[in-house]
Design a binder for this molecule. Sequence first.
Ligand SMILES: Nc1nc2c(ncn2[C@@H]2O[C@H](COP(=O)(O)OP(=O)(O)O[C@H]3O[C@H](CO)[C@@H](O)[C@H](O)[C@@H]3O)[C@@H](O)[C@H]2O)c(=O)[nH]1
Ligand SMILES: [Mg+2]
Length: 192
Amino acid sequence: MNKIKILKKDILSNNWYTLYKLTFEATKNDGEVSIITREAYDRGNGATILLYNMDKKTVILTRQFRIPTYVNGNESGMLIECCGGLLDKDNAEDCIRRETEEETGYQVSNIKKVFEAYMSPGSVTELLYFFIAEYTSDMKVSDGGGLDHEHEDIEVLELPFTQTMQMINTGEIKDGKTIMLLQHLQISNLLS
Ligand SMILES: Nc1nc2c(ncn2[C@@H]2O[C@H](COP(=O)(O)OP(=O)(O)O[C@H]3O[C@H](CO)[C@@H](O)[C@H](O)[C@@H]3O)[C@@H](O)[C@H]2O)c(=O)[nH]1
Ligand SMILES: [Mg+2]
């Protein structure tokens, strides 16, 4: 596309997050002009983190009920994921530091951003920021588990890294951001 002009932004749903119907004029390189409508779900941007321990060669993951997966073939609805969440008003690093403590109970110090990615670019506006951080047992300050008042009931898993790589192959780990960060750790040879 050569030129895009947004003509209309209808709100189809604005309950928890916002679903837009966007009407736009698209001009192709050859000059042809089309009017196109597309839906886009805006639930803000997010951040996610993989915690790893160099000595034990383990990683910290979470397990929680995810209703969208339950209605699409995941029988128990439980999903294993890296810690993560939505940005609220924070910047990505402050957000992931807070989420890490709330969900896993670890207060990590050195956080490294590794990449950012649109996770479902044809339908969801979200840009997701990916981080890794080393953890040690003395960084554990609480049980984690998420916020009760938001009905979060998050199990914290400490697993051998090699086992998690197998769990991708068996389908026990099926979350995109989690697979991306585990494979990043593998490629960067941090635990070998
Ligand atoms: N009442 C209500 N609460 C909601 C709704 N949707 C989400 N929430 C609540 O809002 C909170 C969001 O928690 P976060 O930790 O910030 O986000 P997350 O759900 O763990 O992760 C989201 O972001 C990740 C990173 O982008 C995504 O990978 C993941 O799929 C999800 O969208 C949770 O307590 C969740 O229950 C809703 O429709 N209604
Ligand atoms: Mg979360």
